[in-house]
Design a protein around this ligand. Structure first.
Ligand code: OGA
Ligand code: NI
Length: 341
């Protein structure tokens, strides 16, 4: 990246610490070992106490993960001119992108995004009264030749895991297993291949600045380098999520926070980078359909525990976010707390 661009520099209070704490506490849940009742209890406890957990024995074939991992590395290894042939622009938010900002500081990363439904229907604009819709169509690079196939196969497998987790979360809230499934018909989910290059200033920059995921659920594959940090609920300390081979890291997003009326909170996290090894990760953002009005579920509110949020339209919310990311507006991004009652 040549001369260090000042846009990468985090303000002092947000810089990573030189010694990072490892989170022994993040629950590791074995999806195959438990009877279903114990599994539901473990998932519920993890969502409530951490907002984050890892799953092992999850039935996603490791060959499928290896294939997408190799394809991702091959894609990012190419010169920038090649990658820019599939770059994202104002018309198409999917594809390659290397200038993402989180809270107006540039992230030390490159990404490639693709939607799970192809095409995906979203609002044409963020204007609240504009009913027009548009279709997002994925763009695919020519190299490596099996890139598209690897990505699409992987997405289908992770989607199955995401539905399984969603059902466990629903049961843990005392709801029927499939309570949430209808919200994901014509989902706006997308997969992101992340590459975090070697960074000469890892004490000043971040791979991704602190943020919460705005969708329902995130299913993340990380490699063995490490760098994901989670803000521990018990004391606000940033703790590392230690890489576990072949595991997936799951976190609850803002949409589940609202559906559960704050029972399961979306937790802040960030990514540190290092000067020795590049890092790769692949999050799957499991997002509802654009027309879903997100609001606390009636079943989870009572007179004593009334709804804490006004309903908001998922499609408009997400489009507003994307636009302000793209234009790097100097205003605070839209957040769920803007809908707090
Ligand atoms: C994200 C994110 C974590 C990682 O992309 O929202 O939190 O380890 N990524 O790459
Ligand atoms: Ni995230």
């Amino acid at each position: 990246m040549g001369e260090i661009d000042e846009s990468f520099i985090q303000s002092i209070e947000h810089r990573p610490k030189s010694i990072s704490v490892e989170a022994e506490g993040i629950p590791v849940i074995d999806l195959s070992a438990l009877n279903s009742q114990d599994l539901v209890v473990q998932v519920g406890d993890a969502c409530k106490n951490w907002g984050f957990f890892q799953v092992i024995n999850h039935w996603v074939p490791s060959s499928c993960r290896e294939k997408v991992d190799l394809a991702s590395r091959a894609f990012f290894r190419q010169p920038s001119e090649e990658k820019r042939k599939v770059r994202r622009d104002e018309a198409n938010p999917m594809g390659f992108y290397d200038t993402e900002h989180t809270k107006n500081v540039r992230d030390w990363k490159q990404v490639f995004d693709f939607t799970v439904e192809n095409p995906t229907v979203v609002p044409a604009s963020h204007e609240p009264d504009d009913p027009e819709l548009q279709e997002i169509v994925n763009q695919w690079p020519e190299y490596p030749p099996n890139f598209r196939e690897a990505c699409e196969e992987y997405a289908r497998e992770i989607e199955k895991l995401a539905y399984k987790l969603l059902e466990l979360i629903s049961l843990s809230l005392g709801l029927p297993a499939e309570k949430f499934n209808g919200f994901f018909k014509n989902q706006t989910s997308f997969m992101r291949l992340n590459s975090y290059p070697i960074c000469p200033i890892p004490h000043l920059a971040l791979g991704v600045g602190r943020h919460k995921d705005s969708g329902a659920l995130t299913v993340l594959a990380q490699d063995d380098v490490g760098g994901l940090e989670v803000k521990r609920k018990s004391d606000g300390e940033w703790v590392q999520v230690r890489p576990t081979p072949n595991a997936y890291i799951i976190n609850v997003g803002d949409v589940i926070q609202v559906w559960s009326n704050d029972k399961y909170e979306s937790v802040e996290h960030r990514v540190t980078v290092n000067s020795e090894r590049e890092r790769f990760s692949i999050p799957f953002f499991f997002n509802p359909s654009h027309n879903v009005m997100v609001e606390p579920l009636k079943e989870l509110t009572t007179k004593q525990n009334p709804a804490r949020y006004k309903p908001y339209n998922w499609g408009k919310f997400h489009t507003t976010r994307n636009i302000s990311n793209f234009k790097k507006l100097n205003v605070e991004n839209i957040q769920i707390y803007h809908f707090r009652i």
